[in-house]
Write a protein that binds this ligand. Sequence first.
Ligand SMILES: *Cc1c(COP(=O)(O)O)cnc(C)c1O
Length: 802
Amino acid sequence: MNEHTFSEDLARHFHFSLGRDTVQDSHLYLYNALAITIRDRLVAQWRETRESRGHQRRVGYISLEFLMGRTLNNAILNLDLDDTVRDALKGYCCGLEDVEQAEHDAGLGNGGLGRLAACFLDSCASLALPVIGYGIRYEYGMFNQQIKNGAQIEHPDNWLRNGNPWEIAAPEKAIRVKFFGHVDVIKKRSGQQYRQWNNTQDVLAVPYDMPIPGYQNGIVNTLRLWKSEATDEFDLGEFNAGSYTESVAKKNLAEQITMVLYPNDTSENGKELRLRQQYFLSSASLQDTINSYVENCGNNFDEFIALNSFQLNDTHPSIAVPELMRILMDDYAISWDDAWNITTKTMAYTNHTLLPEALEKWPVSLFANLLPRILEIIYEINARFLLQVAVAWPGDSSKQQALSLIDEGHEPQVRMAHLAIVGSYSVNGVAALHTKLLKAGLFNDFYQLWPEKFNNKTNGVTPRRWLSHCNTSLAELISSKIDKNWVADFSHVDQLAKFAEDHAFQKQWRESKKANKVVLADFVEKATGVKFDVDMMFDVQVKRIHEYKRQLLNILHVIGLYDRIRKGDTADITPRCVLIGGKAAPGYVMAKEIIKLINNVADTINLDPKAAKFLKVAFVPNYNVSAMELICPATDLSEQISTAGKEASGTGNMKFMMNGALTIGTLDGANIEIRDAVGEDNFFLFGAQAHEISDIRENYQPNEIIANSETLSAVMHLLESGHFNLFEPKIFDSIIKTIRDPDDMWLTAYDFDSYFQAQRSVDKTYQDQTLWTKMSILNTAASGVFSSDHTIRQYRDEIWKL
Ligand SMILES: *Cc1c(COP(=O)(O)O)cnc(C)c1O
């Protein structure tokens, strides 16, 4: 197997493994043959990686979401197979670009949190770190979004319909996960008691492994995704009583667990099936790790802490804390104290949000029924923890209430974040501001108790997918100027800065951007019918639709521009194409209304001939990883406009910066660090700051603000006169109401004028293309610290100690 046999291998897989004779329009079988040909090479390196490692310390990255996108293009880049593949495809009369389209995105995540997990896996493999990803093999990933009459329609994402050539199932390694049943107290002859979880209804967790290649370093790591299956002996009782078909039907219940990803981003939804997913993932992943530990070290757990660590991606898998206790005590007869020592020295927790609606709580009654043994352990952890709290704050029982793992309300609930903090040796936020706010606010009591646990790890994104692969023209241009090693060591990208004012280089930089804009314009036209003009500025906001991210503020600016155009006040306007995209959680009514508003505003403006020269607006449907690979290389202006203190980090902001977009943004999340890195002159700042927000809210009078702002008054007048919903009366009333609401959490009216001003400064700067290009180059040059390699080195050194 080498580059000389690649063509032969491809032909053999196409004609024999898959039994095809001709290439069809969909290129599906050619894609599959190519994937298997590349997989063969990955499998060889996979084995070598495994064998070279033996039993050294390793990390399990446990996450309910991995937003992987496509695998083919990434594997070709990381294995350095581009020329080989293009050569081999010549015999089939189609280009790699066509074949790539046959691959369905692996959309096993909602947004930033899931994409972070995917970028981290790429960096771990590229840094040759023994990190295994543990996740769920959802049969249906993130829904496909269609826009019909301006509104979001959800379609199931049956991403496995045509098979998945990248995964390798290992049914022989299936693991049992217990549910329901009850706990028996067993007395030994010695008088000692122990507890047994009996009469459980077990579900099998079958591993499906995906190869994760490092960047041109021969390393292949593993993403292990669990699929739920029924055990063979399900319900023998019913079977023997003659209810054969009813008994077989019960298989469905087991297989339901991994059927579908919950499409909620930064909000919990509280469904029992979701808790089952969380326990299923946590239990299978821990048992898997312990099985391989026991294979190597036997039943002596003295080395377990030295050899293992688990990173919990948000609280979703925090049930791993009591589950590890259970396995150690019940399956390996380890004492409470020893088990607790092991647990609290191997678990590390990453917090992803400060929004109260995202903090997971599960009713105690649900636990009692579904996971009775786990609830016992949580109670015991809590009892011991509350003693510590009583010692730390003597006589202050309100502290015990506030910190307890149980929220004793009308319906008692388990607080999963508290469980994660108490059970972990490390708690990290994902940007400097976010970690600071965690320590000062949400988790302040815990911070006082254990300041040493808290640390910051600012997020990052992989420069392989998000620059090398998705922006080949810019990557080639960069490689023509600086040491090619920048892809492996992205800190070197700073060498670009010295060419920021080189006119010949600037010209090439602009040509690359323009070529990318042509590609995106074509994509937008096919998807929406809206024709973008590549000579206009591309102003982009793509991310999940959420009130805190303020797509509403963006569209109010668009309406403000449109109002000026209508009035003929166009002297200072720089023509722009505004692109907005993102999915709303299916149950999030306000987010869906915002999508509808964006589409109605777009329709009105795009139909108005007066606007054509100055403004185009499009909502791109079904924003996902593959769409972002086209969007970020073509973006001039990146919109990062969340209400300060609400966006934990953001990672979209980093992808845009790497690709030379300038940012208009608030001082929120990683925007602050982006602005620090590139310098305030190269960033368009506006808006209230996080520390001012509570004072502003205290006496917030949006109606006064609107009355005092000529532009915002005009915007509200257009909106309230029904200009964008002539035939759909009242549909935007609740949006209008929130803008005028003194309790508006997101302070949209407050930040409007400052935002509108900053946009005028954007307009002015864009007129000076020499200046703009210089700023663009400086943004890419300053993006080195936002490589996920940089982030993962910090996890490695400061949390994982690998
Ligand atoms: C990067 C990315 C995100 C996160 O974007 P934010 O702007 O940080 O919210 C969400 N979805 C996809 C598909 C992404 O690639």
